[in-house]
Design a protein around this ligand. Structure first.
Ligand code: PEP
Length: 252
């Protein structure tokens, strides 16, 4: 099964307008000037969605947000709905990132509700899962990922509206990564769980990204693994050169 790789940048809570515009323009120019055999997605903070959308005009780079509320509208101060994201030109949204699960106590059930809302609006979800360092040390990685998939992914998710991002929490922003063999073992187990939940055909088509300290120098190895269909990139997505070099090393 050929799954086109997705190179996705999660800018997190970084960049004011000038910096964000420059970064988006640099990425758009580099993507236009090179031939990549992959899809691109950038997910700036809410405040920059409109600015970045303008900078990406004419490029094939998709725009995503980093969170969404499960309701379409109403009394939810400070929240943003999937209709609002759609209105701003977003095609994707990251849901259930470990930083939201920790900082905002997001549960699998809530992540699932957010995903349903996004899918109903026609927005593709990037649903994040991954174990803590302690769970890894206790040999619970696969059990934790299985349980997060079963709970966070809607029952009627499809390969068109859902991307999974496996992000071991201990690898995020630390410069540490699992071995390639460990990454492939977890991704294969995730695909098996997706098959149990959604059927084999859907599981075989669904993209599973790896995230956690992906850099230009480790991207080729990690993204060459059979069940790794791209990367969700934090720190290295804030430098256009690094972000593009990840794609160059892994998708050319
Ligand atoms: C992330 O948080 O989505 C991430 C993968 O971060 P980093 O690449 O900085 O580890």
């Amino acid at each position: 099964m050929v799954r086109k790789k997705l190179i996705a940048g999660n800018w997190k809570m970084n960049c004011l307008s000038a910096e964000g515009s420059a970064l988006a323009k640099d990425v758009a120019t580099a993507v236009k000037n090179n031939k990549f055999d992959c899809d691109f997605l950038v997910c700036p903070p809410f405040t920059l969605l409109t600015t970045v959308k303008k900078c990406l005009r004419g490029s094939k780079i998709s725009l995503g947000a980093q969170d969404v509320h499960f309701a379409d509208k109403g009394a939810h101060t400070g929240d943003i709905s999937s209709l609002m994201l759609k209105d701003l030109g977003c095609s994707h949204v990251i849901i259930g990132h470990s930083e939201r699960r920790v900082d905002h106590f997001e549960t699998d059930e809530l992540v699932n509700k957010k995903a349903v809302a996004a899918h109903n609006t026609g927005i593709v979800t990037v649903i994040c899962i991954g174990e803590t360092g302690e769970q890894r040390d206790n040999g619970e990685t696969i059990k934790v990922c299985e349980s997060q998939i079963m709970g966070s992914v809607p029952d009627d998710a499809t390969a068109k509206n859902t991307v999974i991002a496996y992000e071991p929490i201990w690898a995020i922003g630390t410069g540490k990564t699992p071995t390639a063999a460990d990454v492939e073992e977890v991704h294969a187990a995730i695909r098996k769980t997706l098959a149990k939940k959604l059927g084999k055909a859907t599981a075989n088509k669904m993209r599973i990204l790896y995230g956690g300290s992906v850099k230009p120098n480790n991207a080729a190895e990690l993204l060459s693994l059979p069940d790794v269909d791209g990367a969700l990139i934090g720190g290295a997505s804030l430098k256009a050169e690094d972000f593009i070099n990840i794609a160059k090393n892994a998708c050319k």
